[in-house]
Write a protein that binds this ligand. Structure first.
Ligand code: SF4
Ligand code: SF4
Length: 471
């Protein structure tokens, strides 16, 4: 950490995007140039392609990734997960969280800088549009201060129209992962009155994205994102983060070629690393919550080092210990503990996935019904049956009433692959065979002749008639 700032600690008392009167400080970051930025651009092209092409990729007729929270239907790599698989979903989520924790302990916020959708959309889509329409950071600042002339109105209008178009495109792509491509297509192609709720939700969601990227911007990372706030507990002295080498950089000072530079560190206090920062912070103050590890300051500083003939890496990916001692990453007890838990969770998850039932059947008495008695002494009960076919083939399951002797209205039911079927059935039993008002029933479920499940349920009969029968 920079010694002077460490002493006064002034940077801790303020947020870089808020002035002393509490007003928002608008950030106009300079466009980064450098090898890391180039790599990030390629990674973002890849991720954006996956985002937009993804909803159209189908595996066995299913969208490869669907997280339909509304209908509680999830498809991951073409495999359908139903509400009945909630335990699997819970385990998968838990495993994912542990993975994120472990990853963060070792590699810091690499996710934020390279793969987080917020950073990708903001820095690689909307920021680029802004540079294209409003020009460089200096030109953007000048435009903001300029009076509302026709060229300014034109540029601002054009920017916001393009922002709206891109927000709607991204919004539709994201929604395709929630309600499916067909769901989005229906809302887009049909009259709004046919899908009024869906239509309004879609427009609001897209407008929300526009508001985020046009106005709220980096505040998502610095004020809202819970992952950012977790950094304080996840990072330790060995985590690899974007760090300033204060041992090499300090004491900083403006470059003066006429004077001897021997007493100075390598930092020439040019502030270019601050100018490129999309969250407006000075990395020389040390690890900060606002740092999304976007690497823009690394590229900027490397460029400066080249011009003053110093080696790269005054700002670099390194741990706090690495900067202090020159040590490389250590396999700490914390990393070992998280790795063990992660390995255990992966084993349990794999076991649960491999032993997942291909078919699940539930039979329950239809709520709100009692029984129906026919003139010829037959008692009839209604049931709801729910069958989930998690396999990739259409199947036909058989239903047999085991006890007591009676008959079931549906002996075979066909269910399409990766589908859920809800239907009703009736069971009737002659009154003389019934001994109790509540008779336990067992229904045998078969698939290709093999018993896959025995389902227990109840059968209701008129208690007063049973007494007469017994006499
Ligand atoms: S870009 Fe490098 S040299 Fe310039 S202020 Fe930042 S750390 Fe110092
Ligand atoms: S300090 Fe550097 S890595 Fe962190 S957000 Fe700013 S530019 Fe990106």
């Amino acid at each position: 950490m920079n010694k002077s700032n460490e002493k006064d600690g002034s940077y801790r008392d303020k947020v870089s995007t808020v002035d002393k009167d509490g007003k928002r400080v608008w950030i106009f970051p300079k466009k980064p140039i450098g090898s890391l930025y180039k790599a990030r651009v390629w990674v973002s092209y890849l991720l954006l392609s996956i985002l937009f092409i993804g909803p159209f990729i189908k595996v066995d007729g299913n969208q490869w990734l669907l997280l339909n929270l509304i209908e509680r239907k999830f498809i991951i790599f073409g495999v359908v997960f139903w509400p009945q698989d909630f335990h699997l979903f819970l385990f998968a989520s838990l495993t994912f969280v542990v993975f994120i924790v472990l990853f963060t302990v070792i590699f810091g916020r690499i996710w934020c800088g390279w793969a987080c959708p917020q950073t990708i959309f903001m820095e690689m889509v909307f920021r680029k549009i802004e540079y294209l329409i409003e020009g460089t950071s200096a030109q953007q600042k000048a435009l903001k201060k300029a009076p509302w002339t026709l060229p300014k109105i034109f540029k601002k209008t054009l920017k916001h129209v393009v922002f709206l178009v891109f927000s709607f495109a991204i919004g539709h792509a994201l929604l395709a992962y929630i309600i499916g491509v067909d769901g989005v297509r229906k809302i887009v192609t049909h009259s709004p009155s046919e899908h009024f709720t869906g239509f309004i939700a879609m427009v609001l969601f897209n407008l929300f994205l526009y508001w985020v990227y046009a106005f709220f911007r980096e505040q998502i990372c610095t004020l809202v994102c819970p992952y950012g706030r977790l950094q304080g507990v996840l990072l330790d002295q060995n985590s690899i983060i974007v760090s300033y080498d204060y041992l090499r950089g300090e004491p900083r000072g403006k470059l003066d070629r006429k004077k001897s530079e021997e007493h100075k560190g390598d930092c020439i206090d040019c502030s270019i690393c601050v100018d490129v920062c999309p969250t407006g912070i000075d990395i020389r103050n040390g690890t900060q919550l606002e740092c999304i590890n976007c690497t823009a300051c690394i590229d900027a500083c490397n460029g400066v080092m080249e011009t003053i003939n110093k080696p790269h890496g005054l700002i670099r990916y390194d741990s706090s210990n690495g900067i202090k001692t020159g040590e490389k990453l250590k396999f700490s007890g914390r990393i070992a503990g998280y790795s063990l838990v992660l390995a255990l969770l992966i084993v349990i998850l794999s076991f649960l996935l491999l032993t997942r039932d291909a078919v699940e059947v539930n039979i329950l008495r239809t709520p709100g019904t009692l029984f129906v008695e026919s003139n010829d002494g037959i008692i009839l009960n209604y049931y709801n049956i729910e069958i989930v076919n998690k396999s990739f083939e259409d199947i036909s399951i058989g239903l047999d009433l085991m006890s007591p002797i009676g008959s079931i209205s549906k002996k075979n039911i066909l269910i399409q692959k990766n589908n859920l079927m809800k239907t009703t059935l009736t069971i009737d039993i002659p009154l003389e065979k019934i001994r109790m008002a509540y008779t336990p029933l067992k229904i045998k479920i078969t698939l290709d002749g093999e018993i896959i499940e025995d389902i227990n349920t109840m059968f209701l009969a008129p208690a007063n008639k049973l007494k007469k029968t017994k006499k």
